[in-house]
Design a protein around this ligand. Structure first.
Ligand code: PHE
Length: 342
């Protein structure tokens, strides 16, 4: 038996295996349950004890050799298959690249900016961490003014006790910076992110985006303001849109107004979006308060101006009928993908 095993050992070494199929034949012949090696082990059991030791060693050798040869070739064939197997279809198109889409806030922001650029408004941006002067005091909101409560504020600790910084509550702060640094005529819009200490809900968030606007020159009138806003509303919501101004209050404008547009969903007949009133509110505006002009060293006897401000989220929610502001900040692609073609 020992000689038989030795012969088989040298046979294994000489067997040439050229394909996966050959290898499988090899496995069946040598290593399978009904293969040669198993058969030899069965014979082995019949041997006398004194023979077993030596034959056992040879038999184990044979088994290991066969197994090694098999493992080695199997690995080799798999490697080859990885690169050149006919299972790989090289003509198959690649996985499609997932293109991103513009965020609805960017889409609406760009539309607003574009509409005002067409009538000569330039775009001005500035810092989000503001000092008290630019966010409040210069806007006719002195320290103890109750209207400061209109906008719950995040305060930022400065380097020393007296420095008063806030996360800007509106981009009116940029209006002040522009008026301080340039001479009329000034005609600009101010897009940007603003922060308010609100509880987060479907209707409110602790930050959102605004576009404010400012026009300062000689003889700027309330009629100019109204016409500018009518133009904007019709460009944004359709040419049939009408606007309505309701008296309101802002410390930095006098007179002040809130602007409604005819509901673009029902055309003014009344629906769920406009709460059956036919009108939806879109922005606040007014004539720049003379004190604000003076705070920026602009002669309020010579110059007048109008200003307005709107929330981009609000406009986007109306336009796309989105009922939860939080959707804008969750970045769920199922939400964002819906604006692909917008
Ligand atoms: N700053 C105001 C706000 O954030 C909006 C506004 C701007 C109102 C300019 C009037 C004039 O609510």
């Amino acid at each position: 038996m020992k000689d038989k095993i030795d012969n088989l050992l040298s046979e294994i070494e000489t067997i040439e295996i050229k394909s996966k199929e050959h290898l499988e034949e090899f496995r069946l012949k040598w290593l399978a349950k009904k293969g040669l090696v198993t058969a030899l082990f069965d014979d082995f059991k019949t041997l006398a004890n004194e023979e077993r030791k030596e034959v056992g060693r040879h038999l184990n050798d044979l088994k290991n050799k066969a197994q090694e040869k098999y493992n080695h070739l199997k690995e080799k064939f798999e490697e080859i298959a990885d690169t050149s197997s006919p299972d790989i279809d090289l003509t198959k198109p690649a996985e499609p690249i997932a293109f991103g889409s513009r965020h609805p806030i960017s889409i609406v922001r760009n539309q607003i900016v574009e509409i005002f650029s067409r009538i000569g408004f330039t775009i001005k941006e500035n810092r989000e961490i503001e000092d008290d002067w630019h966010n409040f005091s210069a806007l006719n909101l002195p320290e103890d003014h109750p209207a400061r409560d209109m906008q719950d504020t995040f305060f930022v600790k400065g380097q020393n006790e007296n420095s008063n910084y806030v996360l800007r509550t509106h981009t009116s702060s940029v209006q002040i910076r522009v008026m301080e640094n340039s001479k009329p005529p000034i005609r600009s819009i101010f897009p940007g992110r603003v922060y308010r200490k609100e509880n987060i809900s479907a209707r409110a968030h602790c930050f959102f985006h605004q576009v404010e606007g400012l026009y300062v020159d000689e003889n700027v009138s309330f009629a100019d303001l109204k016409q500018t806003l009518l133009y904007f509303a019709q460009e944004m919501f359709g040419e049939k849109t009408k606007i309505r101004l309701r008296p309101s209050y802002f410390p930095f404008t006098e007179p002040s107004a809130e602007v409604d547009i005819t509901c673009f969903i029902c055309g003014g007949k009344g629906c769920a979006i406009c709460k059956q009133s036919g009108w939806v509110e879109i922005l606040g505006c007014g004539m720049v308060h003379p004190k604000v002009l003076e705070n920026c060293k602009i002669d309020s006897k010579k110059y007048t101006g109008f200003a307005f401000g709107m929330g981009i989220e609000r406009i986007a929610m109306l336009k796309y009928q989105i009922n939860d502001i939080r959707l804008f900040y969750e970045n769920d692609v199922r939400f964002l993908n819906q604006f692909k073609s917008a």
